[in-house]
Design a protein around this ligand. Sequence first.
Ligand code: ACO
Length: 699
Amino acid sequence: MEHLLRPRTVAVVGASRDPTKIGHVILKNIIESGFPRERVFPINPNVDEVLGIKCYPSLKEVPYEIDLAVIAVPASIVPRVLEDCAERRVKAAAIVSSGFKEVGNVEAERNLLEIAKKGGVRILGPNIVGLIDTVVGLNASFLPYLPDRGGIVMVSQSGALAAGLLAWTKLKGIGLLDVISLGNRADVDESDLMEFFSKDVHAKAIALYLEGVENGKKFMEVARRVSREKPIIILKAGKGWRAAEAVKSHTGSLAGSDAAYDAVFKQCGIVRAGDVRTLFDYALSLAMLPDPKGENVVILTNGGGAGIMGADACEEQKLRLMDIPEDLASALRKWMPSFGSVLNPIDLTGMATEKEYYGSLSVLLGDERVHAIITLFSHPATLNPMNVAEAIVRCVNKVKGDKPVVAAFIGGKECEDATRFLIKNGIPAFDTPERAAAALATKYRYAYYKSRPKGKHLEVRVEKDKAYGILAKALREGRNLTQSESCELVSLYGIPTPKKIVAKSLEEALSSAESIGYPVVLEVESPDVVHKTEAGGIRLNIKDGRELEDAYYGILKSVKEKAPGARVEGIVVRPFVREGVQVAVGMHRDEVFGPLIMFGSGGALVELYRDVSFRVAPLTDVDVDEMMRETKVYHVLEGFRDAPKDVRSVKEVLAAVSQLSLDFDVISDVDINPLFVYERGCMAFDVKIMLKGSSLCGT
Ligand code: ACO
């Protein structure tokens, strides 16, 4: 990775004299970026020299060690070039050429990887724009120029987007350390890059644009570790509800494909950005700001409007605005007219000049009770924004990075220039108070990620043999588990379920109800009916034998009509359970990351309310706690306008579902909905377990 990302010598394969060809542009860029000419080797069998540099017919002829070969020849020639790399012991290859997996040539790409693995060559790409490294001063890409040097590493799965973002960051004055186009990721992927940059002293933050992750396990393992050392910010595109309509479980249809990414990012301490702008807003804040030492945030402004917007934004971002103590207030009053305000936001008024900004900011920076500052400036005709920006930089430099300071300058071109100046001088600066508050809040969020305990994995004791028996029978018969098998399976993992008897006739149902005691519930026992309410397959609160007889025949008739062809294996009789707070616990197996565990509000309307949160198994106690707190129903469990419920029992259910999903990867989905939660204990009222590849019919 060192040879790929910090090369000492570079060969360009496909270096043409034709200035319109990519191989020519890359060679020219390498030279123009200041990389020493004597360490650049153009390769082309048809010419002796390109851009004044001696050209070799093949890599094999180069009499020097080569760290990196940038390959820009048509796809059909790439395998041969890669063989040369292997023979010549070139350490890394950046393959610009398109025409592999992205157009369906999976086999050709696999072949590249095989050659590279055998020869010990690391591959970046194929299908990339190349890479830029400001540490050695190398533009080994067909991107037009080097970025301004900074601490942010930019990695993009899309080459075209990398080009756009390079220009965009240049315009905004945002400094980058490396720009890396990932392309098809035949070998080097985002995890390898995160790992490398976690140890690079120059890298302060890693910003990635990703469309997806292929190796979920590796990604989680690396990201979890790296994010404690370096901030990772990801813009993940493609939030689509992949095949959501084809998924029959509640959990599956709520999960879509994006919930897994969201969960993984939270579990791994990755900051998620919603768009390009926030990707760099957060990257700036995380790369530049020192960790805050406490929660007291102060807003300094020259305008009431900006101040109020800033205060609203802080509230929304859950930043705590400090109450200004009297001694601090009187120190600040010296820097404002009598009609200024020392309430937070501190309003210096439109009369403020750079002198007032400098003075009041010095007071705030010097006070230990103040932990972070948002400096707002709204452009009045009387003052040049650059003067204020310079005053802020001077003031912050004087105290040398002790506490986070962000800025927002509201105005036109002059404010834009001032913002760029601030960024170049290490102060994250934006054009609105909302962006400034969000950037600061991200710093707080990341500080929380870094300091939160790693958590303990929750283990559950189970009778695995019995569980295996239940699943094996259903698998042999090519079906999902029935309701009673599902209940039995989860009860082996310690999840409380109501007693059930499967009756094969009306007489058996009547005697079962007598033994359980009225009121009872009747429901159809069928591996094919997934949503029983819709199929008319369930009747609640049956109080006597006469009602039971009606319900028994009613269910059989309704299922026959609404789920024709469904196998009916009997009618389940169970007690009519007292209702508690309804929550839902579930699992949907994600293709990339594995079992995705869900918690949220339960009942028939889960999909409508969407009060749910997700984490990927195995769950730690920290994961369980965080995921529960993200939902509204958690507040109900905690005792919102009622007695607190048994939260611990729900945590045990989440741990059990996590364990069950890890024990048997043949299970595709688990739905426990509702799980009634009482003041003491809980009860899984309805349990569905679906198996991979089992065909579902009915509703
Ligand atoms: N070793 C070295 N050079 C060779 C070899 C060899 N074995 N064989 C041929 N060459 C030379 C060619 O003779 C030519 O040089 P010349 O102009 O002196 O004749 C040079 O290599 C280039 O070969 P061409 O056949 O002319 O190929 P061309 O430059 O037209 O295209 C390229 C090559 C750019 C790699 C093309 O095949 C390709 O894949 N383009 C897409 C690149 C891309 O977009 N990548 C993804 C970016 S991501 C995004 O979204 C933008």
